[in-house]
Design a protein around this ligand. Structure first.
Ligand code: C5P
Length: 223
C-alpha cells in the first residue's frame, strides 16, 4: 500500500516548480523536482568529464549520483551534489540544455527511474517533471498537465533572469523555449505528452494561486 502521488507534468516555464512546491506545502507532502535530477546528472557528468555519448558511464553515474536535498533554516531546500551546494549552479541555461540532451537517452532515464520512485513516502508525494504521470508514477491518484503559451513562458523566464541581473533577448528566449519543447515532445523515450486521464490546465491567464487551488480541490475530491 503506497502513499498517494500527485504528478504535475508540462513544459518548462509553465509554473510547475512553484505550483508543485505550494501544493506539497499545503498538503504537507514530500516533493520531487525530477528536472533537478537531470540537471544534477548533467553537472556531475561535466565535473567527471563524462561525454554525452558515453551512455554506459552516464547510466552508472545516474544510478549512483551522490545527492542530498537538505532543508535549510529558512525552510528553503538546498541541493547538494557530492558534498557541494549546487542549488544555484544547476539553474543555468547551459546546465538546463545539457540536462535536456541527456534526458533523451533511454539508459539515462532508466538509471534515474528507481531513484525517483524512492521519493514516494507517507503522507504523500507531489512529483514535478515531464513523464511523472506517463512513466514514473502511472498509478498516481491525480495527474496534472500544466501548460502556457511559449510567449508567456518566455516572459516569465525573462522576469526571473532580469531579477538575477541577466540581460536577455525576448525573441531568442522564445526560440530556445520552442526548440526545447520540440526536443522534449518528439524524443523517442518518455516524450512530453499528457498522461491518460490527466487534468490539463493552461496557466497563461491564471495566477499561481488559481492553479494551486484547482489542484487542491481535485485532491480534496479524490481523498
Ligand atoms: O524542469 P527542468 O527544466 O529543470 O528540467 C531540465 C530538463 O530535464 C528538461 O528540459 C527535460 O528535458 C528534462 N526532464 C525530463 N524528464 C523529467 C524532468 C526533466 O526529461 N521528468
Amino acid at each position: 500500500n503506497q502513499a498517494p502521488v500527485i504528478t504535475i507534468d508540462g513544459p518548462s516555464g509553465a509554473g510547475k516548480g512553484t505550483v508543485s512546491q505550494l501544493v506539497a506545502e499545503k498538503l504537507g507532502w514530500h516533493l520531487l523536482d525530477s528536472g533537478a535530477l537531470y540537471r544534477l546528472l548533467a553537472l556531475a557528468a561535466s565535473h567527471h568529464g563524462i561525454e554525452s555519448d558515453d551512455v554506459e558511464a552516464l547510466k552508472v553515474l545516474a544510478e549512483h549520483l551522490d545527492i542530498q536535498f537538505k532543508q535549510s533554516e529558512d525552510s528553503k531546500v538546498e541541493i547538494v551534489l557530492e558534498g557541494e551546494v549546487v542549488t544555484q549552479a544547476i539553474r543555468t541555461e547551459i546546465v538546463g540544455n545539457q540536462a535536456s540532451k541527456l534526458a533523451a537517452i533511454a539508459d539515462v532515464r532508466e538509471g534515474l527511474l528507481l531513484r525517483q520512485r524512492a521519493f514516494v513516502q507517507e503522507p504523500g508525494l507531489v512529483a514535478d517533471g515531464r513523464d511523472m504521470g506517463t512513466v514514473v508514477f502511472p498509478e498516481a491518484s491525480i495527474k496534472v498537465f500544466l501548460t502556457a503559451t511559449p510567449e508567456e513562458r518566455a516572459q516569465r523566464r525573462l522576469l526571473q533572469l532580469e531579477q538575477k541581473g541577466d540581460v536577455v533577448d525576448f525573441d531568442a528566449l522564445v526560440k530556445t523555449i520552442k526548440e526545447r519543447d520540440e526536443r522534449d515532445a518528439n524524443r523517442a523515450v518518455a516524450p512530453l505528452v499528457p498522461a491518460t486521464g490527466a487534468l490539463e490546465i493552461d496557466s497563461t491567464e491564471l495566477s499561481i494561486e488559481q492553479v494551486v487551488d484547482i489542484i487542491l480541490s481535485e485532491a480534496a475530491k479524490a481523498s
